[in-house]
Design a protein around this ligand. Structure first.
Ligand SMILES: Cc1cc2nc3c(=O)[nH]c(=O)nc-3n(C[C@H](O)[C@H](O)[C@H](O)COP(=O)(O)OP(=O)(O)OC[C@H]3O[C@@H](n4cnc5c(N)ncnc54)[C@H](O)[C@@H]3O)c2cc1C
Length: 200
């Protein structure tokens, strides 16, 4: 029998929130299990971007993952990507993903055994136990849902063979040929990112 207090905190989702929560817990000597269904830990949708044109929408000097070290991200950029080290600049999101992954790995190394990574999809919670799609059970003393935002929902009715409902899904734009005309519905930040991706 497990003593509940000795169980880890179970964190579902390892984007920015899950990764940095596990890191902060480890620094306090608390164990956690990170469950992520995607291939990569620490990226989530926002920081899985691959193009340099896909930038943060916040200046680098305000993107530290550590409130106690405001220059943490700009210091990391100076070391790992000096071309983007301007604190007032808007760095590529892919670099921010690498920063989150680095900081998670660094914390794991400094606090061995406190963070366990599990690749899988959480489908149900029973009490404080998370059940994965393969039936595995991950018991904890608390469960944190760090699953981010749901994928975009189509708000326009009707089917079109070449309609792309989620521009952030992998390879969403890869079937578009250079001569194709593309109609984009919506005019926010995702539209800007899609235009930049099509131009590239
Ligand atoms: C395109 C885009 C650009 C953005 N740009 C910025 C920016 O410049 N600056 C900024 O501060 N914020 C930005 N954001 C907001 C950004 O998403 C948040 O700041 C932050 O990344 C959210 O982190 P999260 O961990 O909550 O969610 P996410 O990063 O979405 O992570 C959630 C994770 O949970 C996993 N998951 C979900 N369900 C399950 C399940 N059932 N089982 C297992 N795993 C699961 C997902 O695979 C994912 O990895 C942007 C968002 C988007 C979509």
């Amino acid at each position: 029998m497990n003593d509940a207090a000795s169980l880890p905190v179970v964190i579902v989702g390892c984007g920015f929130s899950g990764a940095m929560l596990a890191a902060r817990l480890a620094e306090q000597g608390q164990a956690s299990v990170l469950i992520e269904r995607g291939e990569q830990m620490g990226l989530g949708v926002a920081y899985s971007a691959v193009l340099d044109a896909h930038r943060l929408n916040v200046r680098s000097e305000r993107m530290s993952a550590r409130p106690d070290r405001p220059a943490d991200f700009t210091g990391w950029l100076a070391l790992h990507a000096p071309d983007f080290a301007d604190p007032n600049g808007f760095a590529p999101r892919r670099l921010y993903g690498r920063y989150v992954q680095d900081r998670l790995a660094q914390t794991e190394a400094a606090h061995p055994g406190l963070i366990r990574r599990v690749k899988g999809e959480a489908v149900r919670i029973e009490g404080e136990t998370v059940i994965l799609s393969d039936g595995a059970r991950v018991p904890g003393r608390a469960v944190v849902l760090a699953t981010g935002n749901p994928p975009p929902r189509p708000t326009v009715a009707g089917a079109a063979p070449r309609r792309i409902a989620d521009p952030w899904s992998p390879d969403a734009l890869s079937d578009i040929a250079p001569a194709d005309d593309v109609l984009i519905l919506g005019s926010g930040l995702t539209m800007v990112d899609v235009v930049l991706a099509l131009q590239a």
